[in-house]
Design a protein around this ligand. Structure first.
Ligand code: PLP
Length: 399
């Protein structure tokens, strides 16, 4: 008898996981590796947020919270959504979860039946496709490329919709491309969605604050699809709180109740100490934490200037998040120093083994042309990583 469930067997390990294992193995063997594989800020949690967590422990916030989170935190989320996004939500529409990841899973679990289709503009965050599979759904991938700044148009969306389409799931700002959708682009997408009331938009805005020109639009702002939209956000990227595991969804009432029902049977309320710390983070003027974004912005420019000089790399200038997603298709089906590169994942492995720089091949992001570099690393590491790759490729025999 097969021990594992069909559900488990539908899932794959992500390429990020494969690459970080390889990085660990090479480091254990004494190789000096610069790993640009990880999607987390390299800053400490700001001191005022840490103090709020200490105070929560001192004040004995050690019992279960309500399933959708403390009312105080849900009120802080509503205030944030109003202040930053012009969105009106009641605390009863907010469900605080164990990371944005769980918030997305709650929504998918609430709406996806076996065989339902979920539209994923590619490149997409690696977990989306796996989460859809976990819930029995089918991903319908809409391909974009560097010439379109990795963004799906409203026409592409219209073509992908079928009677089985249940959701559209995307991140803006986007991991892995670093692009974000403008007001006008989202307005056009919202107009298509409004024609299909059976579709829910799951708008993952976890990188909202890491936006260099500061013009974030949430698709929930288009009132004709407010009732069809789940806004996802969280503390991980904006406040360098990845390990604290707090995310949230803001949904129409019908969907918020469903998320609470699911979460109540899965994990209950999220970590109470981290919830209390999140109240402080959200109630503080975001400008106070802007120093992290400015630092990311500096690194973006450094990497951009160095990366565009690497032979065979096509690079866009990402406006948000902390990733580069260069098109390296020049190397596909070629031999570099005798190693055949059959896919972008092979190319990422080649760079790790030969330049000792870790990045992630695009296949698990739904893209066969690009590789992803995180620039959540020190300036010295970033410069050295780009130098190593350029040296390797400039001097390689390419056949
Ligand atoms: C686009 C996107 N959404 C969600 C998440 C997960 O966030 P959290 O740590 O809140 O679960 C990530 C983390 O890498 C991400 O890149």
């Amino acid at each position: 008898m097969e021990k594992y469930s069909d559900r488990l067997q539908r899932l794959s390990f992500s390429q990020t996981f494969v690459m970080s294992n390889k990085v660990r193995e090479l480091r254990a063997a004494g190789t000096d590796i610069i790993s640009l594989t990880l999607g987390e800020p390299d800053f400490d949690v700001p001191a005022d947020i840490q103090e709020a967590a200490h105070a929560a422990i001192d004040n004995n916030y050690s019992h279960y919270s309500p399933v959708p989170g403390f009312l105080e935190l849900r009120e802080a989320v509503c205030k944030k959504l109003k202040r930053d996004n012009g969105l009106e939500y009641l605390p009863s529409q907010i469900c605080v979860s164990t990371g944005a990841k769980q918030a997305i899973l709650n929504v998918l679990a609430a709406i996806i039946n076996d065989g339902d289709e979920v539209i994923l503009p590619a490149p997409f965050w690696v977990s989306y496709d796996e989460m859809v599979k976990m819930m029995g759904g089918k991903s319908v991938i809409v391909t974009t490329d560097i010439s379109a700044d990795f963004k799906m148009t409203a026409d592409q969306l219209r073509e992908a919709i079928t009677p089985k389409t249940k959701a559209l799931l995307y991140s803006s700002p986007c991991n892995p491309s670093g692009s974000y959708y403008t007001y006008e682009e989202l307005e056009a997408i919202a107009a298509v969605i409004a024609e299909h009331p059976q579709i829910t938009v799951i708008s993952d805005e976890i990188y909202e604050y890491i936006n260099y020109d500061g013009t974030h639009t949430s698709i929930a702002q288009f009132s004709e699809i407010y009732e069809q939209t789940a806004v996802i956000n969280g503390m991980s990227k904006a406040f360098a709180m990845t390990g604290w595991r707090i995310g949230y969804s803001a949904c129409p009432k019908w969907l918020a109740e469903a998320c609470e029902k699911i979460q109540g049977q899965m994990t209950s309320g999220a970590n109470t100490v981290a919830q209390k710390a999140s109240v402080t983070a959200l109630n503080t003027d975001p400008q106070q934490y802007r120093y992290m974004i400015e630092e990311f912005g500096k690194r973006r420019d450094i990497v951009y200037n160095l990366m565009k000089e690497i032979p065979g790399f096509k690079v866009n200038y990402p406006q948000s998040a902390f990733y580069f997603f260069p098109d390296v298709s020049f190397y596909l089906d070629k031999k570099i120093n005798g190693t055949l590169i059959s896919s972008v994942d092979d190319f990422a492995m080649f760079l790790l083994e030969n330049a000792h720089v870790g990045c992630v091949g695009g296949l698990s992001f739904g893209d066969g042309h690009c590789i992803r570099f995180s620039y959540a690393a020190s300036e010295a590491e970033l410069r050295e990583a780009m130098r190593r790759i350029k040296d390797l490729l400039e001097n390689a025999e390419i056949l």
